[in-house]
Every structure is written in C-alpha cells, then in structure tokens.
Design a protein around this ligand. Structure first.
Ligand code: SF4
Ligand code: SF4
Ligand code: SF4
Length: 348
C-alpha cells in the first residue's frame, strides 16, 4: 500500500484509493460505475441528484458517493435492491414535472435523464403539469433555455461561476423550491452551461437545425481563432458542421470554449467568403489571379523599401496561421526585407 493510500472494499472487491478521494472516484478508478446525474468531473461535487447513493457498512442510510471520502476498512455496496429503489425514486421525482418531449428535444440520444430512466427500468410516473425551473426564460443570439426540462442539478451554475468565473447564473429560492436565475448583462455567451447541462434545458440556437446526435460524426480539431489552441469536437452531419463542443479531457481548455470557438463556425458556409484575390482599382475591387495579386504585393513592398528603407514596412502574422507559416513570415521580414518589424496578433 503506497503512502497516503486507503484500503477499502467496493462490491466485495479490494480497492486502494488516495487519501481524500471520494467513494465515487475510488469506484471509478477500480472500474466500477456508479450512476450520476449532477456530478461533473471538472466541478466540485454538487450532491443534488441522489443518483450516486451507496450503502456503507455501519451507516444506516445510503449516502452520496460523490461527497463521501474514502476511509480505511470501509465496505461499500454500489448495487442493491434498496439502492435501485432509491435511484428510481430520485428519477421519478425529477420526471413528475418534466415534459417528456424526447421526440422533439435536441438532447434526445445524449440526454443523461433519458439514459438513466431507461437504465433504471422506469415505465410509469404519475406526471403532473411541467413546471419551469428558471426564474425566466433566457435567450441570446447563440443559446436559449428550455426551463421546463431543467432537472435543477445546478451544474450550469457551478460552470458559470467556478469554471468561467462569470456569475451569470445562480440558484434562488422560488415559491416552490429552488430555481435557476440568469443575469443577461453578465452572460458572455460562452456556452459552458450548454456543455455541462446533462439534459436539454440549455441548447444552442443553431442546433435547431434538424439533426440527431447519432447522425453526426464527431471530428476533433484545434480551434483556428487564436493562439491558445483549444481542442474542439466538430459535430458533422452530411459533411456540414452543425455544432461545436469542447473536448472534455484535453488540454488546454478541458471542454471550455469562448463564444467564437463554440459558435463562430457558420462563416465557413457564408456566400460572402472571398474565393479569389481582389485588387482595388479606382476605388473599386476587381477579381485577380493569385499570380497577379502576389506580383503586385511584391512590387509595392520593393517600392516602399527602395523609397523609405526596410523599417517602413511591418508584418503582423495571424493567430490562425500555423507555427510554420509564422516562422516563414518572420524569416521573410528579417531575412529578405531586412527589418525586425514583425509581430503576432495573439502575442498579448
Ligand atoms: S431533456 Fe431528456 S428526457 Fe427531457 S425531453 Fe429532452 S431528451 Fe427527453
Ligand atoms: S453562456 Fe457562459 S456566461 Fe452565459 S450563462 Fe452560460 S456559462 Fe454563464
Ligand atoms: S439548466 Fe441544465 S445544468 Fe442547469 S440546473 Fe438545469 S439541468 Fe442542470
């Protein structure tokens, strides 16, 4: 047993865990899955959904494994009839006021509530009219809420506060329990709340395009907008990007994205994109070939340098270009033009 390690049994299997680890983490490390809904790897445990309950020898009531630290000699049970009933009850409580809109909900197919309800064999709930779990609907250019679908896991609130440091979302007391409040003035439309919401309660507006999660191919790439290099998943249907999400377990962003990285992909399909170089003549642009455009640029550089010296020109390379292109650009300015006037737009 290593330094600071704790020995316990989970479902009869002997497990070693680091001191301070939670039972949920220890189980995961040992390959034992405990169902969760509100827990998210990148956030402090929330402990609100009641799904990750386990039985521990010597403790009469089941406890949330996401909040319970491991102890030496602990004996944990993660699957039992009692735990199944507890989890089913927790899910039924969520479903009572939840609209079963799966046929029209964009989250269907990757919704944790849908999966958990199916997994736990719930076939009937005495439904009551759906209720809004938000103080008000919210909607920006890029995202909108579906307040009746919210399961009040508060992941979005933790994400907006803990991860993004924005504080646009909060939990407030409503007349019949807690509600999610939203401050539009603070929101920067980063979409982190969409990334972490386990159900279809906050969604991209662009996802109103018709597609289903199982129809898309996920292609990993690097965001082209700046020099940070955030890792993206492009959700591609029939050769067209319909959504972008962050890669949860990859540096440097660990799932986080800014508004540009997450929502700024539709320029790809703009009819206004330039397809050929343009040369301005008498105040008007005309189309030109690459050879003609590059010759013109070279002539202008030569002319300026001949008249005013090499320091009369400067270059700013683009944050979207690859390292090799930036390297070549500074070589051109230093080695060919003879100036150190070279910079990069993502330097600051
Ligand atoms: S949030 Fe999930 S369970 Fe609710 S309607 Fe959408 S897919 Fe169905
Ligand atoms: S989009 Fe970003 S800033 Fe706005 S509520 Fe969601 S997490 Fe907070
Ligand atoms: S909007 Fe989504 S993430 Fe936020 S509390 Fe509701 S279900 Fe959880």
């Amino acid at each position: 047993m290593g330094m600071g390690a704790v020995k316990l049994t989970i479902d009869g299997i002997e497990v070693l865990a680091g001191k301070g680890a939670t039972v949920l983490q220890a189980a995961k490390d040992a390959g034992i899955r405990i169902p969760t809904l509100c827990f998210h790897e990148r956030m402090k445990p929330i402990g609100s959904c009641g799904m990750c309950v386990v039985e521990i020898d010597g403790i009469s009531e089941p406890v949330s494994s996401c909040e319970t630290p491991v102890e030496d000699g602990m004996s944990v049970i993660t699957r039992s009839d009692r735990l199944l009933r507890e989890r089913q009850d927790a899910l039924r409580a969520l479903l009572v006021h939840h609209p079963l809109e799966c046929p029209i909900c964009d989250k269907a197919g990757e919704c944790k509530l849908q999966d958990l309800v199916y997994e736990h064999g719930i076939t009937h709930v005495d439904m009551q009219p759906p209720t809004s779990k938000f103080t008000a609907e919210y909607s920006t250019t890029f995202l909108r809420s579906w307040p009746q679908r919210c399961v009040l896991c508060t992941r979005c609130v933790s994400a907006c506060n803990e991860i993004q440091g924005i504080g646009a979302l909060d939990v407030v007391e409503g007349p019949e329990g807690k509600l999610i409040s939203y401050d539009r003035d603070k929101c920067v439309s980063c979409g982190e709340c969409i990334q972490v919401c386990p159900v279809g309660a906050i969604l991209e507006k662009k996802s109103e395009l018709r597609w289903r999660p199982w129809e898309v191919k996920k292609v990993r790439t690097t965001c082209p907008y700046c020099g940070v290099g955030c890792q993206l998943l492009l959700h591609v249907k029939d050769g067209r990007i319909v959504k972008v999400s962050g890669v949860e377990d990859a540096e440097p962003n660990k799932g986080r994205l800014c508004v540009k990285g997450r929502f700024g992909f539709d320029f790809i399909y703009s009819q206004e994109r330039l397809k050929t170089p343009l040369i301005r003549e008498n105040g008007e642009f005309r189309e030109a070939s690459w050879d003609e455009a590059l010759d013109l640029i070279a002539d202008k550089f030569k002319q300026i340098i001949a008249e005013s010296g090499p320091d009369a020109v400067a270059g700013v390379s683009c944050g979207r270009s690859i390292n090799e292109d930036s390297y070549n650009m500074q070589k051109l300015f230093r080695g060919v033009f003879g100036t150190n006037n070279i910079d990069h737009c993502a330097r600051t």
